[in-house]
Write a protein that binds this ligand. Structure first.
Ligand code: GTP
Ligand code: MG
Length: 275
């Protein structure tokens, strides 16, 4: 090496040696879509996810869990086979959001590596896949769960009926008081990113009881159970495009309120025990 330069010239007389290629396990994104009668929304969403993933450096797989739909949701999902990496899990009969999330997450927990990232979003096209990139970055920064939140500065909702907005706000207020989770204001939004290792840990800790609520209250229950595993939570502002949703809301409001109150009572009276 010449002393006057900082360019290191290797002595070619020296026996060359080979550096074994580093085995880099590529991180994979798993997108879980619980779908009940979403034939008119699912196709647009899958296309949009495919477009967004084209910019990502990670491989991905979309898991559609068809919850006994009767409107051809399954055929819509099947029409993407061979074009976009899609796996379809079918319930012969409608079982509710809880069972749908459980089956989607269980599949991913078995197939994924701990470093992978699991995204869950509604299949009704109200959640924009454009947000996935920043949610993934938040996980890479060290967070375990990232929630697309209606209650962060910059969040915006378009087309949500006033009554539903009020209901969601009341739910957020109540859950924040009953189950304070650092970094969380939106307990019910289904658009979230999770570190896959955390989902695997939750199944090995709680077994099938990890997701044991039938309806929409499962979203809150999942957070409470992950809080007990010392997960780190973070929120990013959500733009909720309710105006893009085709068809009417299928949420049974009264049932969801009653079940959510029952869930609060259950967790307050009988703290969750790991099985
Ligand atoms: N309503 C309902 N949704 C289900 C069920 N199983 C799976 N899902 C899916 O769960 C996701 C959330 O349901 P949504 O009906 O969008 O719930 P929401 O966003 O709280 O309310 P709306 O958008 O007003 O209907 C959607 O992708 C549904 O297709 C079920 O039994 N009932
Ligand atoms: Mg929805």
């Amino acid at each position: 090496m010449s002393a006057s330069s900082n360019v290191i010239k290797l002595n070619l007389e020296v026996t060359p040696y080979f550096v074994a290629p580093r085995i880099v396990k590529q991180r994979k994104l798993w997108v879980v879509l619980p779908a009940f009668n979403e034939a008119s929304n699912l196709g647009k969403l899958i296309e949009s996810i495919g477009d967004n993933m084209a910019d990502q450096k990670y491989s991905y797989e979309i898991i559609v869990v068809d919850d006994g739909s009767e409107d051809g949701t399954q055929s819509v999902a099947e029409s993407f086979l061979g074009q976009i990496p899609v796996t379809i899990i079918c319930h012969p009969q409608n079982q509710g959001l809880g069972a749908t999330m459980r089956d989607g997450f269980q599949y991913v927990a078995q197939k994924s590596q701990a470093q992978d990232i699991v995204i869950a979003m509604d299949a009704d096209n109200t959640h924009s896949p454009g947000l996935i990139k920043s949610m993934v970055n938040c996980i890479l920064e060290g967070n375990d769960v990232v929630i697309a939140s209606r209650y962060q500065p910059g969040a915006h909702t378009k087309g949500v009926p006033g009554f539903r907005q009020l209901l969601s706000l009341a739910a957020s207020f109540l859950f924040r008081i009953c189950f304070p989770v650092k970094g969380v204001k939106d307990y019910t939004c289904g658009f979230r990113a999770y570190r896959a290792g955390l989902i695997q840990n939750a199944f090995s800790t709680y077994g099938k009881e990890f997701i044991n609520q039938d309806g929409f209250e499962c979203m809150v229950d999942i957070l409470i159970k992950l809080r007990k595993l010392q997960a780190i939570f973070r929120e990013v502002p959500l733009v909720l495009r309710y105006d893009l949703k085709q068809g009417v809301s299928k949420m049974k409001v009264a049932k969801t309120i009653v079940r959510s109150l029952a869930l609060i009572a259950k967790h307050r009276l009988i703290p969750t025990v790991a099985v």
